[in-house]
Design a protein around this ligand. Structure first.
Ligand code: HQG
Length: 183
């Protein structure tokens, strides 16, 4: 029960820190940081129960490690997944030869025409293994996994980034670099 409550609070925190800080009347700075006290006060005003201890527990136990505090824990931000244009100081890195993207069957026609686009977010999100990609795809419907030749993309000059919580990100993926997997 407690876990479920934390999950829904965590989802709300994601929504605030990635997409809608105005939902609790706060602002993010250019690096995506929110003031911890302001965040807590803002969430409380919506009638939800939260305090610093619970926020710290959520950050510590979040399954995907979605959030980080700054060093003195006065600021908090989401590690990836933003739709609002902030610079979370992603590490630019050489990707492995292959990465995976989980999506839903219903999106395939469009993806095969246009390639992978960030859609509502700043980046296309890629997973380092098929299982993770499948879980990402399931969020949208009947899942399907695309195998991405990320090593070739990198050699062709495309940049890749790794978020603090280990998600690979890139601006887009041209159709020539992926193929649908049969799982
Ligand atoms: C699809 C979760 C049509 C794309 C996950 C995806 C991830 C296209 C959907 C993170 C398209 C966007 C992100 C095109 C891409 N035509 N559809 N040209 N190009 N798409 O949720 O990757 O739990 O914004 O395939 O674990 O599903 O929130 O992206 O299906 O890491 O922390 O458009 O969100 O993490 O959906 O998921 P999303 P995503 P959290």
């Amino acid at each position: 029960m407690k876990k479920m409550k934390n999950d829904s609070l965590s989802k709300f925190i994601s929504l605030i820190l990635r997409h809608h800080p105005e939902a609790v009347n706060i602002q993010l700075d250019e690096h995506g940081w929110a003031d911890v006290e302001e965040l807590i006060a803002g969430i409380k005003k919506t009638g939800k129960r939260i305090n610093r201890e619970l926020l710290e527990e959520i950050v510590r136990t979040d399954q995907k490690q979605r959030y980080s505090f700054n060093e003195d824990k006065t600021l908090i931000r989401a590690n990836q997944g933003h739709s609002i244009s902030v610079d979370v100081e992603l590490k630019e890195l050489e990707p492995p030869a292959l990465l995976y993207h989980g999506t839903a069957v219903g999106f395939l026609d469009s993806i095969q025409k246009e390639g992978l686009k960030p859609m509502g977010r700043l980046y296309v999100h890629l997973s380092k293994d098929v299982e993770t990609a499948l879980n990402v795809g399931r969020r949208h419907g009947k899942p399907v996994v695309l195998k991405i030749r990320s090593g070739d993309m990198y050699r062709d000059g495309q940049l890749f980034y790794m978020s603090e919580n280990g998600v690979w990100l890139t601006k887009r993926v041209d159709t020539k670099y992926f193929q649908q997997m049969t799982i």
